[in-house]
Ligand binder design. Structure first.
Ligand code: FAD
Length: 517
């Protein structure tokens, strides 16, 4: 099979490969799943692209593995070759080609997700779900709800795979309490770069377990994850309140995320928006229902061009009395100093709340902006620098917005397990900053380049001013930059690579290590 593929590398450009060879590759590997060649639409249009829409490459093949055994066969075969690389592709929602393999093999992780492999178990009094690494979080939600259970820590958007988010961190408005998704998984099944299938946890193969969590796909392919669950609520009161001053916004957000459980909301996020009528970036993005319009006369006269919104949610059960929910919410809201009269709220089902970005996706697809490029920038910025960040980045560099949401909300370092591969700023409180840029359908290349350059300017500003920050979903090209990113964890990261993927076969799209022949 490898000999065939090597020949294929050379023959690819000439397009001389006959289609019947698909079956010869499948037969040689003896996979339960199937393979699409580089010249096929699936390989070029799916495996060679991602949500970012900035990079595209030509993979040799898109392999639809059906089991961990299939994954191990592919990795062993790649290890026997002098130059093949393998990228696990979750749902390809990376921005900068992280799930791609230029002239390598791309593994379709979604094809590993078979509903009958989903299991819920009670172990030592806690509930867990065993799910495929290729399962979408929205399917995990649906399956857990059948048992009245739910994962505790989410991402805002659920059409992402379990393996894809666990390779980064996975954060949303619950992470202040439960930590990121990487803090809510207790066991993994992983196929290492050597093709070995291992179960790992805090007690068993802990080096592999912690390396893989937040490990940017560098050490192994997650084929199964055991996720910690909680009883699922059925309703959510979803609230947004507006602030004119950054200090008031951060004071209240930090107050809420540092309260003990039971004395705060179940979800705390926030975003920056423009003080204008732009439907994508301005005041119209705040109200949660059309019957609660944004009354700008409520804003203080000295409001600037940028405003802040704190987004909150409280879980409850549909059997709770409305007055009980009102009392609990009003008690928490009473402490907050938002602009009076700029409070918006709706009651929605738990599922509707968790799938809120799905609705935004449908609208964006209808407008043609879901499939256009997304030069996004995600960062963690320490509380110690966030005030200056607001002054320079939000109020100045980005005063005209980014064509989409600009998220900012606090997280607590102590909720993250320092044994994972994720790197964070030093301080206990740091902010997730997400510049979720949207571009018009078929934008001019120069617009995308301008946005990428603006992202670079922001990162450069933070670096040259000595900010305590890290990129989230990092994208660097040189070893020097990766070394700086990992700081004193670089040695450990390199050591884990040598242990679990010594030939650097895995996740070449991250551009951290080069394939060793
Ligand atoms: P892919 O893009 O397919 O892969 C990402 C990386 O993980 C690649 O290097 C890949 O090789 C590797 N990988 C994939 N599967 C596996 C596996 N099973 N085992 C080992 N390695 C693997 N992130 C948040 O934290 N919070 C959010 O709220 C959030 N919202 C988002 C909303 C949208 C619309 C988008 C596009 C992204 C969002 N993200 C968010 C970012 C997202 O978590 C990451 O981009 C994630 O990597 C995407 O998951 P994926 O399944 O598409 O992974």
């Amino acid at each position: 099979m490898i000999a065939y593929l090597e020949r294929f590398v050379h023959e690819n450009d000439a397009e001389s490969r006959p289609d019947d060879d698909v079956s010869s590759i499948c037969n040689a590997l003896d996979l339960q799943g199937s393979i699409d060649y580089g010249s096929s639409a699936a390989a070029a249009d799916v495996a060679g692209r991602d949500f970012g829409g900035i990079y595209s490459v030509k993979p040799l093949a898109f392999v639809r593995a059906s089991s961990a055994d299939d994954v191990a066969k592919v990795l062993k075969a790649a290890a026997r070759s002098p130059n093949l690389t393998v990228a696990a592709r979750g749902n390809g929602h990376s921005i900068n080609g992280q799930a791609m393999a230029d002239r390598g093999l791309v593994l379709d992780m979604r094809s590993l997700d078979h509903e009958d492999r989903f299991q819920v178990a009670r172990i030592n009094g806690s509930d867990y779900a065993d799910v495929s690494g290729g399962a979408l979080w929205e399917d995990v939600l649906k399956r857990c709800l059948d048992f009245g259970l739910s994962p505790r820590s989410w991402t805002d958007y659920l059409s992402l795979t379990v393996g894809g988010t666990l390779s980064n961190a996975g954060v949303s408005g619950q992470a202040f309490r439960y930590g990121p998704q990487t803090s809510n998984v207790t066991e993994l099944e992983v196929v290492t770069g050597k093709g070995e299938t291992l179960v790992c946890s805090e007690a068993e193969n802990p080096d592999l377990f912690y390396s893989v969590l937040g490990g940017l796909g560098q050490f192994g392919i997650i084929t199964r994850a055991r996720i910690l669950l909680q009883p699922a609520p059925d309703m959510v009161r979803w609230i947004r309140v507006v602030y004119a001053e950054f200090e008031d916004f951060t004071r209240d957000a930090e107050y809420l995320v540092t309260r003990p459980e039971g004395e705060s909301f179940d979800y705390v996020e926030g975003f920056v928006f423009s003080n204008n009528d732009n439907p994508l970036t301005g005041r119209p993005t705040v109200p949660l229902s059309p019957d609660q319009p944004f009354d700008r006369r409520r804003l203080p006269s000295k409001s600037g061009s940028v405003l802040y919104c704190l987004e909150l949610a409280l879980h409850y059960r549909s059997t709770d009395r409305p007055s009980t929910v009102d009392t609990a919410v009003n008690k928490l809201m009473g402490r907050l100093g938002f602009v009076e009269g700029l409070r918006f709220q709706v009651d929605v089902s738990y599922t509707e709340f968790l799938l809120r970005v799905k609705r935004a996706e449908e609208e964006a697809k209808a407008n043609g902006i879901w499939d256009s490029p997304h030069p996004w920038l995600n960062m963690f910025v320490s509380k110690s620098n966030v005030y200056q960040f607001d002054q320079v980045v939000f109020k100045n560099i980005l005063k005209d917005g980014v064509g989409g949401p600009m998220l900012i909300y606090p997280l607590l370092r102590s909720k993250w397990d320092s044994r994972t591969s994720v790197v964070l700023p030093e301080g206990e409180i740091f902010y997730l900053v997400a510049l979720l840029r949207f571009t018009p359908p078929q934008p001019k290349g120069s617009l995308v380049e301008k946005m990428v350059a603006q992202n670079r300017e922001i990162v450069q500003y933070c670096s040259s001013n000595g900010f305590d920050f890290k990129l989230y979903l990092p994208h660097y090209r040189s070893e020097e930059e990766w070394k700086r990113h990992f700081g004193n964890q670089w040695t450990r990261f390199v050591q884990s690579k040598a242990n679990f993927d010594p030939m650097a076969i895995l996740a070449p799209g991250q551009k951290i290590f080069s394939r060793i022949p």
